[in-house]
Design a protein around this ligand. Structure first.
Ligand code: ADP
Length: 280
């Protein structure tokens, strides 16, 4: 899908939140939408989901320019799922089963089919053990994963997630990423907004950097080595990129590894490779 030249200003806001924003999302990618607070990430996601309508510009799904009549919006809902930033805004009272069944029932599925879809997605995301748990008894990380299941259950080809790892402890972050990886392996296009440059670098295959309401640059994770770009976006390059750039050329791997662990492994192996046999 693609956003072309989007302009948008919130009512009563003094300035535009999106200023001619372009973004092409290749099918099957893992895209990190990276930007500082207030750079327009949420506003762009709300446009990609059809919730907000641009003042100027257009969104294409499968090359087709989208309209905003009821029929087009219904088609849009099936094509794109949005997981909002605070799952509590999205989750209703009740059990995990009731919550996750809401999407398919709302799209008109028969109860039996909805329940089968719920069982399928809970199994796929290793959440079956939470099925009968009331939402209010879930941990923060579990709520995030249930919120993802509640959107993914209707199998939208494109999944948008607004800061899905914000406020989670490191284990819960990894669990959310594992859920996203599973959906991605099944063919879902996954778009995650974040200001976490390290996470974007190690997780994404495509990175779009937002600068004041536009996408400043979009490309492979290597664009996160562009200090001028990241400076304009009020971000810093990922730690692994900074270390990699500071290494002498003789030690540096040709491409920057995804994270510090991978770089450390490379350096350790290189050290043992260079050591003469028999030396301590
Ligand atoms: P991000 O998700 O990158 O933090 P947002 O899309 O939330 O950025 O915000 C982009 C700009 O729009 C910011 O200047 C923000 O203050 C403004 N904004 C966001 N939501 C509203 C709103 N409901 N009303 C007025 N201004 C808003």
């Amino acid at each position: 899908m693609e956003a072309c030249g989007l302009w948008f200003r919130y009512r009563n806001a003094p300035s535009y939140a999106l200023r001619g924003c372009d973004l092409r999302i290749p099918a099957g990618c893992r895209l990190a939408l990276l930007g500082a607070n207030g750079s327009g990430k949420t506003t762009l996601l709300l446009h990609l989901d059809g919730i907000l309508r641009p003042e100027r510009g257009i969104v294409h799904l499968d090359g087709v320019p989208q309209a905003y009549d009821r029929r087009s919006l219904r088609r849009w809902r099936r094509y794109v799922g949005l997981v909002v930033q605070h799952p509590d805004d999205m989750l209703l009272a009740g059990t995990v089963l009731q919550e996750v069944a809401f999407g398919p029932l709302n799209l008109g599925a028969a109860e039996r089919d909805a329940l089968a879809a719920v069982e399928r997605i809970l199994a796929e995301l290793s959440l079956t053990h939470l099925r009968d748990r009331p939402i209010h008894l879930l941990s923060g990380g579990e709520r995030h994963r249930v919120a993802i299941a509640a959107v993914a259950v209707t199998e939208p080809p494109v999944l948008l997630l607004d800061e899905p790892t914000a406020g989670l402890d490191p284990t819960a972050v990894e669990e959310v990423l594992e859920v996203l990886d599973r959906l991605h392996r099944h063919g879902t296009t996954v778009v995650v907004s974040t200001h976490d440059v390290d996470l974007a670098h190690r997780w994404a295959d495509t990175v779009a950097v937002m600068v004041d309401g536009t996408v400043g640059r979009c490309g492979g994770p290597e664009i996160l080595g562009d200090r001028a770009l990241l400076g304009a976006a009020r971000l810093r390059p990922p730690a692994v990129v900074r270390i990699w750039q500071s290494l002498p050329e003789t030690l540096r791997p040709t491409a920057c590894p995804p994270d510090i662990d991978a770089l450390a492994l490379f350096l350790t192996r290189a050290r043992f490779r260079d050591q003469p046999v028999g030396s301590g």
